[in-house]
Design a protein around this ligand. Structure first.
Ligand code: SF4
Length: 633
């Protein structure tokens, strides 16, 4: 089986049946490639070819598809993303989780455009794709099972060479934590954190997927691409590289100042300790000891830190990102950056999504404050701002011990277990805990979170880039007056940015390129240069819209309607009590009405037949078991 993409123009999907241990490699038809491009969209298509939506997420029948974006691995700035698609144990929906780093570029170099894993191994195993030998093999992972992610990564490097990358799960994934992450890159971690893809791997007895070797794919028009990169680099230098100095953690201080950073499990307005937990402070205090980048990116937003507390004190680790600082910091009222870094390190080693883990801890702390959880149930006091309590709970969650066995199912299920009062402060949408951008500040995020296909997801819309004026609205065709936004305008922003973000997902481009004001027109030009296909801005935006609608249809098939497109009660009825966003609440119902109208959906949030026809998705209702008579004309 020759997997070397550099030798032929053919693109391939590798299918591993873990139950029978059979491995097959088949070309991806040109028509499939042009329609679904790559990344999340291609992976969704391949998942639907392999599994049924009603499948139990942690059963062998739930396939896991790993697909780099269409442009991932080409010599393009920040084209390095990979998507993991499967049915999520956390949300019960067909979900995706994306990651940067080097893995996707290495998959492309090895000649693999998608890896479809079906079934379940009878013993712990890992898959190795070797682009040099052109082989895909299954190896025994018995000695690695139970090991943390960093140790596993080291052993894999000892066995297969320094030039590999690997998608690895830790004890959390092995133990079926519903928000278990898949970590790439070892200590220089990049995470496919959201929606529990680590638990899906664990349910398959799949400890890791390793990839190495091969050759970078060649663009169809190298000269044209080089020129396009020269031009884009001007924008990157001017707008994105300065931001990379502190990376995402540099945004904490301004987010708190404007009322975007959640505080005290979303009850607070201001966080007095914020200046102690910013990226700038961590750098000034000497915690930050290095910077790293993903494949093909000059920005180096990843940070290495020296840990000061915890069982790895004194050692190097990946520095906490903005989301992690929000989740373990202001959300849990912790103002010690050393404990935030230690919590981040522990999540990366155990394989936990830092957003959901931080939200679960904050939820537990509020339950403890209210007397719903006591010392005996928790295993220790759970006081706000207590770093040791956070580290303790993370270990409990990953090993599914005690209270951790409840929290490890996510806050939606944990709240059901703890009773109706707890449900009032379980902060999630469709089972996915909210990321660290307050929808009461930029209220276009409210409708974006509410309608996000995988639940509350900042990466599904990133609409605050428009509300803040950091991304030009004209580029994506937004007509609303952003200086004077009403419900219709916010809905329009959400729709058009969600479509753009799904185009990013299909192409595999890092969404931080919004900082460099990357336009869909430029992305289309890159597709033409790399693949030699005609591609326009409109083609890409429509592909994004089609991908979003396909995932909505999957959700509709699983029973999602308007009732699920909502926010937790706290965020609809309790304004932040202080700070710049004090008093603001999203008027979600009005925004949803406009949102559905702009999308061409009915009042219950179902795509109409006319919309499906326009998007060439007419075949899907029947394929997904949706009766067309329930869809409006
Ligand atoms: S901006 Fe940061 S996350 Fe994005 S590709 Fe570059 S280094 Fe990776």
């Amino acid at each position: 089986m020759n997997l070397n993409a550099a030798e032929t123009a053919q693109t391939r999907a590798v299918a591993v049946d873990a139950t029978t241990r059979s491995i097959t490699c088949s070309p991806l038809e040109d028509a499939v490639r042009r329609r679904y491009l790559g990344g999340s969209y291609l992976a969704t298509h391949l998942w639907l070819e392999s599994s049924r939506l009603e499948v139990d997420p942690l059963s062998a029948a739930n396939a896991l598809v790993i697909a780099p974006g269409l442009l991932t691995g080409f010599p393009i700035i920040a084209a390095n993303r990979t998507s993991l698609v499967s049915k999520s144990p956390q949300t019960g929906l067909l979900s995706e989780s994306t990651v940067g780093g080097f893995f996707g570029a290495k998959m492309k170099a090895a000649g693999v455009d998608a890896l479809v894993i079906k079934g379940s191994f009878d013993v712990p195993s890992y898959i190795i794709i070797d682009g040099d030998s052109g082989t895909v093999e299954v190896e025994d992972a018995g000695a690695l099972w139970g090991q943390d992610i960093f140790r596993t990564f080291e052993v894999l490097k000892e066995r297969h060479g320094e030039d590999l990358d690997a998608a690895v799960i830790g004890p959390a994934g092995e133990n079926g934590v519903y928000f278990a992450a898949v970590i790439f890159g070892g200590i220089d971690s990049r995470a496919a954190g959201r929606t529990g893809m680590g638990a899906v791997m664990g349910s398959k007895n799949l400890k890791a997927v390793v990839v190495r070797g091969g050759k970078t794919p060649k663009p169809a028009d190298r000269e044209g691409l080089t020129q396009a990169m020269r031009e884009f680099m001007v924008q990157v230098r001017e707008r994105a590289i300065p931001w990379g100095k502190y990376g995402t953690s540099g945004g904490v201080i301004s987010a708190e100042a404007i009322g975007d950073l959640p505080v005290d499990n979303w009850r607070g307005g201001s966080f007095p300790g914020v200046s102690r937990i910013t990226g700038q402070t961590m750098a000034e205090q000497g915690m930050v000891i290095g910077h790293y980048s993903c494949w093909g990116c000059p920005i180096r937003c990843g940070k290495d830190v020296r840990l000061g507390v915890g069982d790895r004190a004194g050692q190097k680790s990946h520095g906490p990102e903005y989301e992690t600082i929000g989740a373990f910091g202001s959300l849990c009222m912790l103002d010690d950056p050393q404990y935030i870094a230690a919590a981040n390190d522990l999540c990366n080693r155990l394989g936990l999504d830092t957003i959901s883990a931080g939200c679960a801890v904050a939820f537990a702390m509020e339950a403890y404050e209210r007397g719903i959880i006591d010392d005996e149930m928790a295993g220790r006091p759970l006081l706000w701002g207590d770093g040791e309590a956070i580290l303790f709970l993370l270990e409990e969650i990953a090993s599914q011990r005690g209270l951790g066995g409840i929290l490890g199912k996510g806050t939606r299920i944990a709240a059901k277990h703890l009773g109706p009062l707890a449900e009032e402060f379980a902060i999630h949408v469709k089972g996915l805990e909210l990321p660290m951008h307050d929808p009461r500040k930029y209220t276009s995020m409210a409708v974006s979170y509410a309608t996000g296909n995988r639940g509350a997801c900042h990466l599904d819309g990133m609409t605050y880039y428009i509300e803040t004026g950091n991304y030009p609205k004209e580029v994506v065709g937004i007509e609303a007056d952003t200086k004077n936004l009403d419900g219709k305008g916010k809905a329009e922003i959400a729709v058009k940015m969600q479509n753009l973000m799904d185009a990013f997902n299909a192409l595999g481009i890092c969404k931080f390129m919004l900082k460099a004001q990357l336009s869909p027109a430029s992305m289309a030009r890159w597709v033409e240069c790399c693949l030699g296909w005609p591609c326009s801005r409109e083609d890409l935006l429509e592909t994004g819209e089609r991908a979003f609608n396909l995932r909505r249809l999957c959700n509709v098939s699983l029973g999602i309607t308007r009732k699920d497109d909502t926010l937790p009660p706290r965020l609809l009825t309790h304004p932040r009590p202080s700070g710049e966003a004090a008093g603001s609440l999203p008027f979600l119902g009005e925004m949803l009405n406009w949102y559905y109208a702009i999308r061409g959906w009915d009042n219950e949030g179902m795509p109409t037949l006319k919309t499906l026809k326009r998007l060439d998705l007419e075949e899907y209702p029947e394929r997904l078991g949706i009766k067309t008579r329930v869809l409006s004309p």
